[in-house]
Design a protein around this ligand. Structure first.
Ligand SMILES: *Cc1c(COP(=O)(O)O)cnc(C)c1O
Length: 368
């Protein structure tokens, strides 16, 4: 089946092979006589799905043995509360604000602990990233929060800040919701990473948390039991019923990721190379045009979310209608910033980005 290319920021397009496999297994998973949605989460069938998904993800992302992988619920926004409820035992945390999502994280955490804004790119309207060397860490903060890919503003850290090298002993907490599995992660620099699944891993309903073991077991007394990382870890993410179908779909996506190849590269390394090629193609088309522009500094442009604006905004509706007719869906920018946004997560092939670029060029030529 030939489907349109879907540029949604999330919930986002999934690999077609994954959807086809799920469809074929909908009524009867592996001869069990049950669909995955209908299985007990404690039965041997779902246990094998869960165990396989966890170990495939650990292998794909090269998660070290001293980190726990947790499958939770509540999305990135719930983690904005769950992280301070678990980690803020010293009563304060540092925040770097680089766009809409980190701003939200800071605001939510302030309900549970004292928060310190240690760096911001507000002055550049979220088009640059503050140099980690300039961050002024507070004494004794429990953790430092950074959103490593700002989905709305389109800014991405190309490397993770090395807090230790900067004289800060606090663990780094990253919100990697919108670029998880798009590139390798340097776990030596991370204490905890969280992300909703619906951008790059699978359907909504599943939240991934990867947390260093020494950070478990310090939750505040008011932390709900179902959100205490130690409780979740001790019960293999089955303290309460996990989002079983979303875990299954993410598991199929992990297997798809493992099969991906680019030259001699496979898995996440292959995805990183393909994602770079996709982003380069799109940004070059924007930069070389007189109609489109992207405002983000070139050294921190997101490879996943590409916001762009038409210089003649009265053409926005015509651009979107023509795109839809050409089989290019969900390109409208986030309501808070307007314009357009092309989200080009792992499931978007290079051919989809090429089709978008071809359409953009044809639309531009019609203007003159
Ligand atoms: C989408 C997103 C979120 C919010 O996720 P929910 O699942 O809606 O709670 C948080 N952070 C980032 C960076 C996101 O892209």
């Amino acid at each position: 089946m030939n489907r349109p290319f879907n540029f949604s920021a999330g919930p986002a397009a999934m690999p077609q092979e994954v959807l086809e496999q799920a469809a074929s297994e909908m009524l009867d998973w592996h001869g069990s006589g049950m669909g995955v949605m209908e299985m007990s989460h404690r039965g041997q069938e779902f246990t094998s799905i869960y165990t396989q998904a966890e170990s495939d993800l650990r292998e794909l992302l090269a998660v070290p043995a001293n980190f726990k992988i947790l499958f939770m619920q509540g999305g990135g926004l719930a983690e904005n509360a769950i992280v301070p409820l678990n980690l803020s035992r010293a009563g304060k945390a540092d925040f770097v604000v680089t766009g809409s999502w980190s701003k939200k994280s800071l605001k939510e955490a302030a309900r549970y602990c004292s928060t310190q804004l240690i760096a911001s790119n507000e002055a550049s309207r979220h088009t640059e990233l503050p140099d980690p060397a300039s961050w002024e860490f507070s004494q004794g903060a429990s953790y430092v929060h950074v959103c490593t890919n700002e989905t709305i503003d389109g800014v991405e850290f190309q490397t993770l800040p090395d807090l230790k090298a900067l004289g800060c002993d606090a663990p780094l907490v990253i919100d990697f919701s919108s670029h998880v599995a798009s590139r390798p992660v340097d776990w030596s620099r991370v204490g905890l990473a969280f992300g909703g699944a619906q951008k790059n891993l699978g359907p909504a309903g599943l939240t991934l948390v990867v947390v260093r073991e020494d950070l478990l077991g310090h939750a505040l007394g008011v932390c709900p039991s179902a959100f205490d990382y130690k409780t979740v870890a001790d019960n293999n993410s089955m303290y309460n019923t996990p989002p079983t179908y979303s875990i299954y779909m993410a598991g199929l996506t992990f297997l798809w990721l493992k099969r991906q190849q680019e030259g001699s590269l496979s898995g996440i390394a292959a995805m990183a190379q393909r994602n770079l090629a996709k982003a380069t193609l799109l940004y070059q088309a924007i930069d070389n045009s007189t109609l489109y522009r992207n405002k983000v500094n070139k050294d921190c442009r997101s490879r996943m979310n590409v916001p762009f604006f038409l210089r003649d905004e009265s053409r926005n509706e015509a651009f979107l209608a023509g795109a839809k007719a050409a089989g290019l869906l969900q390109l409208k920018g986030h309501k808070s910033v307007g314009g357009m946004r092309a989200s080009i997560y792992n499931a978007m092939p290079l051919a989809g980005v090429q089709a978008l670029v071809d359409y953009m060029q044809a639309f531009e030529q019609k203007q003159v």
